[in-house]
Design a protein around this ligand. Structure first.
Ligand SMILES: [Cu+2]
Length: 510
């Protein structure tokens, strides 16, 4: 069997003259004719990722198209084997989604061949970081009909976009970027670590890695957007409906391509047996996907560790960016008047032990409503002194001679809870932009009866450059930092966020 090549969806201008998109649309249409209880139906496959069939709002209230069924339900044993399986907030996020894509691609390819299409059809990817207008959704997805005049299975009503007006694109103004590609270590949390922290079977945990945290999460929320009248999120913004939107699989194909590119650049996946053998190594639920015949395929991360094991490749496996870890740190040092060349910093790696020290926290849980919220984060004087010390020019010169970098400083929002995943906020520290908060998975992570006891989401921002500016303006000698959280879209009544704790961490670079 020849190696299959996944190609850019924007080929032939992202229209139906791109055969990869035309055959995708036709095969999705066939999957959509199959009933909910068929493991190879579009609906069953979306429910493997996550489902809200018995909720309100849930699958029963989705405005068509598509016409989403809520019956007939499969047997309870099929449901517990397959449904609500997606791995978020931990180190199984990349391999679980790789297996999920691989299995649907096999089902779709079988249908394409039956319809008389190419036997080497492969899933296209949407590289929103590509040149020109590729940040926009390929136009074939916004077309109501196929070239033959029949309904377009790729068209979705509940897809509102970042401005909630039906214009679907990836807004770089939300801080969406591919800086994750400059990480060099897999295991650990965003923004310094690529693949996520160690977890067992984790539908929604709080160990999100940087590939998942940015770009994966905000692209979901931006594409989904919100119904401008009700504030209800679009399909892509909620993991319990995202797999119903055909653009989902092209977004994830790009995330998978980024991971493969990261490996192709020489970065390594975990060798820990607890990752390689999947959650079953610790006695948890295992990863199952349906084959085209509807039978279960059991897979582990070891089986999807390298794309060559799965007989496919991408037409583009470049890293996407020059490794900015190096140049950002060089830039940081130059701001302090220290001239260093990038090559010297190459040996100064991020701390692999992920041991950060808490140097400050606010005093009470924070509520974020439509007007936003503000909180004062008190700094612990001895911990904060260590940050200040690491930024003194003499200390830095000494550290650099040992290939060490100054402290990284992080803002951490812990235990974020709420009901509506499509809420997006911008976050500032002392009036300086820290980043955008996107809350894909919020509802699931907040549910007390869920598998994670409602611990909510935890999100970290690197605020080292903000701290640098404070030091450069001789304003680092302070007792607190002012954190401001401002919604950029609708927070309807009842959809307010709560944040258990707002904290500041330092990480010594070794
Ligand atoms: Cu996703």
């Amino acid at each position: 069997m020849p190696v299959l090549t996944r190609k850019n969806a924007w080929n032939n201008n992202g229209t139906f003259s791109n055969p990869d998109l035309l055959w995708y649309a036709k095969a999705v249409g066939v999957m959509q004719t199959r009933p909910l209880n068929d493991p190879t139906s579009w609906w069953f496959y979306a429910a493997i990722h996550g489902q809200s069939i018995s909720d309100n709002p849930g699958w029963g209230t989705i405005p068509p198209p598509p016409n989403v069924p809520t019956t007939p339900l499969p047997s309870s044993s099929l449901i517990s084997q397959y449904w609500d399986q997606c791995q978020h907030g931990g180190w199984f996020f990349p391999p679980w989604h790789r297996g999920y894509l691989y299995a649907i691609e096999n089902i779709l390819r079988g249908i394409v061949a039956q319809l008389g299409g190419p036997s080497d059809w492969a899933l296209p990817y949407w590289n929103y970081f590509g040149p020109g207008n590729q940040y926009q959704m390929p136009p074939a997805f916004a077309q109501k009909t196929l070239p033959d005049g029949s309904a377009n299975p790729l068209f979705v009503n509940a897809r509102y976009g970042p401005n909630n007006d039906g214009n679907i694109f990836v807004p770089f103004s939300w801080g969406i970027n591919q800086n994750c590609q400059s990480n060099t270590v897999y295991t650990g949390r965003q923004p310094a670590f690529y693949g996520g922290n160690t977890t067992g079977f984790a539908h929604f945990a709080s160990g999100t890695g940087s590939l998942e945290g940015n770009p994966h999460n905000p692209v979901h929320v931006a594409v989904g957007g919100q119904d401008p009248t009700t504030g209800q999120g679009g399909l892509m913004g909620d993991p319990d409906t995202a797999g119903l939107d055909p653009i989902f699989y092209l977004h994830h194909c790009n995330i998978d391509r980024m991971w493969a590119s990261w490996n192709a650049a020489g970065n390594s996946n975990p060798t820990d047996p607890n990752w390689l053998n999947g959650p079953n190594a610790s006695g948890n639920r295992q990863f199952y996907m349906p084959t085209p015949a509807g039978t279960p395929w059991l897979f582990t991360p070891a089986m999807v560790n390298d794309i060559s094991q799965l007989n496919y490749t991408y037409d583009n496996l470049t890293l996407g960016i020059t490794p900015t870890l190096v140049s950002q740190n060089a830039l940081r040092l130059r701001n302090f008047g220290l001239s260093v060349d990038d090559s010297k910093l190459l040996n100064a790696k991020m701390d692999e032990n992920n041991d950060s020290e808490l140097v400050g926290a606010n005093s009470a849980p924070l509520k974020v409503d439509a007007k936003g919220a503000q909180t004062n984060v008190q700094l612990d004087s001895s911990g904060w002194n260590n940050v200040a010390k690491s930024l003194k020019t003499t200390t830095m010169a000494q550290r650099l001679s040992e290939n060490k970098l100054p402290d990284q400083v992080y803002l951490q929002l812990e235990g974020i809870k709420g009901k509506e995943d499509s809420v997006v906020c911008s976050v500032t520290v002392n009036n300086q932009y820290a980043g955008h908060l996107s809350l894909f998975g919020l509802k699931n992570a907040s549910q007390k009866d869920g598998p994670h006891g409602g611990s909510g989401l935890t999100i970290r921002f690197d605020i080292s450059s903000i701290v640098d500016k404070l030091e450069l303006s001789n304003a680092l000698d302070i007792n607190s930092l002012e954190v401001h959280i401002q919604p950029v879209n609708v927070i309807a009544d009842g959809n307010e966020l709560t944040i258990d704790r707002v904290s500041i961490y330092r990480e010594e670079q070794g």
